[in-house]
Design a protein around this ligand. Structure first.
Ligand SMILES: *Cc1c(COP(=O)(O)O)cnc(C)c1O
Length: 374
């Protein structure tokens, strides 16, 4: 069994994906081919954002957003303590200060009280200027944007939605990547909408930011690539990846639906044995991960060992809170304690998950977990 099986999808759609790649080979427009513009149009339409700017990966997408806002040293950027490293890494990359915020134990997303306390701490105890909240839609589920938007208004902060794990997630009728002032996603192969290499995108409704983003990802170009009006990056999605994504976008909704069916089956078979993931009312997850929470670290070890003995892969996302990462030692300030993150880091376990999982596989995972729990 594979943790996230990418082979099944390729085998199922091999013909059209091969043709799309072949067309790029024939055209030899490997960078900035027509497929890139077409993909940006389709992604913007899917998400419900005015602008989509594709780039080289989800980490660059976050950095480009901070650069477009001219975030600089002495600026505080609030980041959940429980997320992939990139969400915080980009903050020191632009010279600013990451302030880690605790999460909610139920949804694994940013905790609103902790966020408010962190902002108040920075305002009253430091000389930093609060500027941005990086809001992560962890494991596929959107964060609580209605309340986060109110906090952002109260303190005059920008919202950067990191939807790297949640492309296809929804609140009501609205899709992820439409909730931030700027929103970003990743097309890393194992993400909900993955390409066949690295890729990412930035979304916004703001015309001025969009123009800056287009410039920043091509060496800070002005009227063309050889007229440079700011310091930028070299961060483009190549034509091959765009061609693959255009094909995959056509069956993406079906895949998200299939993921939700797999999640429902896991829920049904596990709800009486372990703490299953909580998806809030009115929200749709796109299920980058199906992550359960065990009683304690010892129980997690027991379950992991049993799964391994039964030939079933599993993974711990994430074992270490951001504020404990050595890389941030000289950069971040501690504004609030993050007990929920510590709690979850010790107990969380992500199970094999993808849209093409068969009933027999789901059953095998659940039986192995039940065996471990006795
Ligand atoms: C994967 C991921 C990223 C970074 O995406 P890359 O394309 O790998 O650079 C950023 N944030 C989160 C939450 C992620 O899971």
């Amino acid at each position: 069994m594979e943790f996230r099986d990418l082979k099944k999808q390729y085998q199922l759609h091999k013909k059209e994906i091969n043709e799309a790649i072949q067309a790029v080979l024939e055209s030899t427009n490997f960078i900035s081919g027509n497929q890139v513009k077409e993909l940006e149009r389709k992604l913007a339409e899917y998400v419900g954002a005015k602008h989509c700017i594709t780039c080289a990966n989800g980490t660059d997408a976050l950095q480009l957003a901070l650069m477009a806002w001219e975030i600089e040293p002495q600026d505080a950027v609030f980041v959940p303590d429980f997320t992939f490293f990139s969400s915080g890494e980009v903050v020191p990359l632009v010279g600013a200060v990451p302030v880690f915020v605790d999460i909610d134990r139920e949804t694994y997303n940013i905790d609103l009280d902790s966020l408010k306390r962190a902002i108040e701490y920075v305002l009253h105890n430091t000389k930093l200027r609060p500027r941005v909240i990086v809001v992560v839609d962890l494991f596929g589920q959107p964060a609580r944007y209605q309340e986060i938007r109110e906090i952002a208004k109260e303190y005059d902060l920008l919202i950067l939605e990191d939807a790297a794990q949640a492309f296809g997630g929804m609140i009501g009728e609205k899709k992820t990547c439409s909730f931030g002032d700027i929103s970003t996603t990743s097309f890393f192969p194992a993400k909900p909408l993955g390409c066949y290499g690295d890729g990412g995108a930035v979304f916004t409704d703001d015309d001025v930011w969009a123009e800056r983003l287009r410039s920043l990802c091509v060496h800070g170009k002005g009227s063309d690539k050889y007229d440079n009006i700011r310091i930028g990056m070299n961060s483009r999605l190549d034509t091959m990846q765009a061609a693959v994504l255009l094909q995959k976008l056509q069956f993406f909704e079906e895949e998200v639906e299939a993921c939700n069916r797999v999640a429902a089956k896991y829920d049904e078979r596990l709800s009486d044995a372990v703490k299953i993931p909580v998806v809030l009312d009115n929200m749709r997850s796109s299920w980058a991960q199906y992550t359960i929470c065990l009683k304690d670290g010892e129980e997690r070890e027991r379950v992991t060992a049993q799964l391994q003995a039964d030939g079933i892969p599993s993974a711990v996302y994430y074992r270490k809170p951001m504020h404990r990462q050595k890389a941030f030692a000289d950069w971040s300030i501690e504004a609030v304690s993050c007990e929920n993150t510590e709690y979850i880091c010790e107990r969380c376990l992500s199970l094999p998950f993808h849209p093409y999982m068969e009933d027999a596989e789901i059953n095998a995972v659940c039986e192995s977990i039940r065996k471990a729990l006795g």
